[in-house]
Design a protein around this ligand. Sequence first.
Ligand code: VGL
Ligand code: ZN
Length: 217
Amino acid sequence: MSHVLSPHAALIVVDVQPDFMPGGALACHEGDAIVPGVDQLLRSRIFRHVVATQDWHPRGHVSFASSHPGRAAFEQISLYGQPQTLWPDHCAQDTPGAELHPAIDWSALDAVIRKGSDPGVDSYSGFRENHGPGGARPSTGLAGWLRERDVDEVFVCGLARDVCVLWTAQDALELGFRARLLWDLSRPVTSASDETTRAALQAQGIAIVESARLTAI
Ligand code: VGL
Ligand code: ZN
C-alpha cells in the first residue's frame, strides 16, 4: 500500500522521544503504547508527506522548573504575560532522551522540525513558538513547508495529546489547514485531561480519528 490518502494530506508526528516515555524525564501516561502504531503507520507509506517535530531545549531552558529557584515542576508561572507550566528538565539537546524514538523506523520522514531551542521561549506547537517577549510568536517554517507542497490537510499524532499535539492541531487549523488528531496514536502528559482535550477539539472542528480508520478516509 502506498500513498492511498490524498497527496495533499500530511502526517505530523509530534515529539515521540524517549524523555516522554514512562521512566523518562517528562513521562506521558502510556506514552510507549503509541510506538508500535506510529512505526507501523510510517512503514505503511500511506502518507505522501511526513514531518516529525522534536522538542529540543538548550540547558537552562526557561520552561524548566530548575531554572526558577524556589519553583517546582508542574507549577504554573506567568511568563511574558501568559501562563507557563514549569516542567522537569527534558529533551536537552544532544541527549539520548531527546532523540527521535529509536524503536521507530523514521526512513519515511521528509522533514524534522526542532522546536524549543530559544532559551527564553517555550514552543508547544510545531508551527510557532509560544508567546515570547513582546507577544511575538515566531514561525518554525512548517506552514510554509506544507503550503509549498500543496498540503491542505494534516493528521497529527504523538505526545503529548494535551500539550504539543493539541497546540499543533489548533495552529494547523488556525493557519488554514484541515486538521485531524489521531487519538489512539497520542497520549497525555496530564492525567484526566482527555475530556477537556476532546471538548476543545470538537468545539474547534478538529476531527478525532482512529488510525485503523485511515485507509477508509
Ligand atoms: C511537551 C511539555 C513540554 C510536549 C513538550 O511534547 O507535549 N510538553 N515540552
Ligand atoms: Zn519541552
